[in-house]
Design a protein around this ligand. Sequence first.
Ligand code: AMP
Ligand code: GLY
Length: 415
Amino acid sequence: MAKVLVVGGGGREHAIVHALSKSKKVDEIYAAPGNAGISKLAVCVNIKDTEVEKIVEFAKAEEIDLVVIGPEASLALGIVDELEKNNIKVFGPRKNAALIESSKNFAKDLMQKYNIPTARYEVFEDYDEALNFVKISPFPTVIKYDGLAAGKGVVIANDLDEAEKALSDMLKDDKFGTPKVVIEEYLEGQEFSFMCFVDGENVYPLEMAQDHKRAYDNDLGPNTGGMGAYSPLPFITNEDYEYALNEIMIKTAKALVNEDAPFKGVLYGGLMKTKRGIKVIEFNARFGDPETEVVLPRLTSDIYDAFNAVVDGKVPVLTWDDSYTIGVVLASKGYPGDYKKGFVIEGADSDDIYHMGTKFDENGNLVTNGGRVLFAVAKGKSLEEANKLANKLVDEIKCENLFHRTDIGAKAYRK
Ligand code: AMP
Ligand code: GLY
């Protein structure tokens, strides 16, 4: 029987832990740091996802059989390289391959070199040069900070004032870190997430999902880390699927091998179906959040076996049920801006509710502990049914400081 350590403490890691808990081969699961919901299924250890040395020490001391990495911050720090150096088996890409997420510049140059369809772009380090370029570009224009910025590094500027502010924040004010931006063409269409297990040139697709980035119903309000998701996607045709797999995901995996940065783990394609074909918006080097929470509940094969197969260079078995899943985020009022923590939550005991930001307070009450707090997932025979069931689950949750969207997946089924 195996011991597994999952690094991270959000809804994504809760879904990974949940899937691992169904494996007959796994008998002990640890999470670092985990959260209140994860603690029902795993032993939570008080180590942050960025404390690489401590994680390596823990994995060695506990003789962990497999480590699974959730967050990008751990990957960008080279956690996989460190674990491998210590002969600990790990599912996730090394630092040089994780660059596909941690540097927009690296990702865009790779796509350009290997002819992978994406928005046209230019890279700038100098404020005046960037501003001069924006002045001759059409609006809206998209300005992206080059490094990791926890979802805050992309600005869609509708006019010169907004562009100037974004460029000043990213290139002059040192708010983010090393000054470098990518400025790219604005694309329009439906976004979708295509996660694939990748081992070098071999690509094993998971089921697709769609995230909902805006805070409020009908895609209004500010951009967030994601307010809900559903799977599978009725608007993706077989032709779209083949194109995304062959012309984007497989080509990218091969490109990384060719650049001596072979990828092992989950490669996440953030894609957009535009009038001029499917294009890449971004790549992530990890499971998406909240997409993972609607995709993994549909997996019918053993995820521990699948992780091991990828790490060992074998073909993983990935099979799916034919249900539809819809998941709704319950977020703290004020999110993605300022919000308060510590509000008591009741009615969130269902196994279909993943915890994104919760903890137990000193009195043992479950309380809010983040911007995104809970993720209620329902399965149905159709998206309509899944939506009804998800909303029912949401209604059972009692907490005075949470809000949610009611229209997750609606674009796909409302005529
Ligand atoms: P990213 O972090 O690159 O995924 O960007 C965050 C969000 O900004 C995406 O999910 C899109 O909604 C939007 N976005 C990014 N790049 C573009 C683009 N070139 N055209 C239109 N929207 C974009
Ligand atoms: N759902 C978007 C992400 O995981 O980055």
